[in-house]
Design a protein. Structure first.
Length: 264
């Protein structure tokens, strides 16, 4: 589906990362990838994983540093000549701002969460757009239902994800005339390094498995397949969307009804 296509995957930390599941799927579909690592602490993990990909380009990129973002896209331009897609699977909020009451969120923590989790998509899209013109580019980011509804323990990250989703719509509007599509995937809770900072993640996964219409949790491969679809020609008419990949959990209003009520 992606033969002769080139793209970047931002956000791989280890083998449990959603970004890594996506990278594997895009690689199998025929794409050549650039993959980034945030810092030298994570570099060894990413380098080891990248040996499983076909001729990847490994690049340092802390999305909070404009100079590093510029360097990534300069390297991609030099190596690939252009760009067909990129995956934005990056989010962060200080642990102390994911605990306790949302009203206790610090000003600094609020700013960091929005800078890394939401503004970074804008910063990457700005650099990617010139490389995507004339190629029908696709931009895909990762979000979560905590942007739409209150999820205890998600706090400031939920607000940052709401900002991210608004950014998807504005970017879709501005980049659409250049035939560049921008979409988000709202995945169900998955046990990743980033999710470990959210209190009660295990209970969230168990709850979704118990009550979601499909009666199971979300597998990273399901998210990866959706990303593949959005990066491919098959999704050429889709932009500005948030696609839920959560076993249907997002459709629920009331959960926990007994079997008699559920089957009525």
């Amino acid at each position: 589906m992606l033969n002769d296509k080139v793209g970047i995957v931002f956000g791989i930390a280890n083998k449990r990362s959603i970004a890594w599941a996506i990278a594997q799927t895009l690689d199998r579909a025929g794409a050549r990838l650039a993959v980034t690592f945030q810092n030298e602490r994570l570099a060894e993990n990413v380098r080891e994983l990248a040996t499983q990909l076909k001729n990847p380009l490994l690049l340092l990129c802390d999305v909070g540093q404009d100079a590093q973002i510029d360097a990534v896209f300069e390297s991609v331009k030099k190596e690939f000549g252009g760009l067909d897609f990129f995956i934005h699977s990056v989010a962060y909020a200080p642990t102390e701002d994911l605990k306790g009451a949302f009203q206790e969120t610090s000003r600094a923590g609020f700013g960091v969460a929005h800078d890394v989790s939401a503004y970074s998509l804008v910063a990457l899209a700005k650099r990617a757009a010139p490389l995507m013109e004339g190629r029908g580019g696709s931009i895909v980011t990762m979000t979560y239902i905590g942007s739409e509804r209150v999820m205890p323990g998600y706090n400031v990250m939920g607000v940052a994800k709401a900002s991210l989703e608004a950014g998807v719509r504005y970017l879709a509007h501005e980049l659409g005339p250049k035939n560049i599509r921008v979409n988000a995937i709202s995945a169900g809770p998955i046990r990743t390094l980033a999710a470990s900072g959210v209190g009660g993640i295990s209970k969230m996964i168990q709850y979704v498995s118990q009550y979601a219409p499909l009666r199971r949790g979300t597998d990273p491969s399901e998210v990866a397949d959706t990303a593949l679809f959005l990066c491919s020609h098959l999704a050429r008419g889709i932009t500005g969307e948030v696609i839920h990949v959560d076993s249907g959990y997002h459709v629920l209003g009331i959960t926990g009804l007994g079997s008699e009520e559920s089957s009525a």
